[in-house]
Design a protein around this ligand. Structure first.
Ligand code: FES
Length: 154
């Protein structure tokens, strides 16, 4: 049985890649403006594998966060879709894509998004921002409090 298609309230965010892949993100281990890719795991323990669910989790300077996304952030930690709204490339693959001034860069065609504003489009051919996945910290884990705020991908 496949898990429900999209990220939903109660999902725990787990590492997408690396030695800790599949384990819950440790919020205390997130470095300022160093994005980490994550996938949501449903409350019954199934990782939502569809590519559209991959999110970028990033800690931003609290005093630079846009006020209107504070309710969707876990303190200073923001989660936004990792799928570019232009043509669907991964926007942030740490070590490959990197960031520009702490912004999220899609190197396919150069779209730039602002994590401090919940994934708002800054530049490039993408016409829309990246939807936010609202999160909170619960029991030391990053947990979604709802689904994506908008359409994922192109
Ligand atoms: Fe990201 Fe084109 S797919 S800029």
């Amino acid at each position: 049985v496949k898990a429900a298609a999209t990220a939903s309230a109660g999902d725990v965010l787990v590492y997408f890649k690396g030695d800790n892949a599949g384990l819950p993100i440790d919020p205390s281990g997130l470095q300022l403006l160093e994005p980490v890719l994550a996938k949501p795991q449903s409350p019954d323990g199934q990782v939502r594998e569809a590519r559209e669910n991959v999110v970028t989790v990033v800690r931003v300077p609290m005093d630079e966060m846009e006020a209107d996304i504070e309710d969707m952030a876990a303190g200073d930690i923001v989660a936004v879709s990792a799928i570019c709204s232009h043509q669907g490339c991964f926007v942030s693959d740490v070590g490959t894509f990197g960031t520009a001034e702490g912004k999220l860069a899609c190197t396919c065609h150069g779209s730039i998004f602002e994590p401090r504003a919940g994934g708002e489009r800054v530049a490039g051919p993408a016409e829309r921002g990246l939807p936010t996945l609202p999160v909170t910290i619960d029991g030391g884990q990053l947990v979604a409090t709802g689904g994506f705020t908008g359409k994922v991908g192109p």
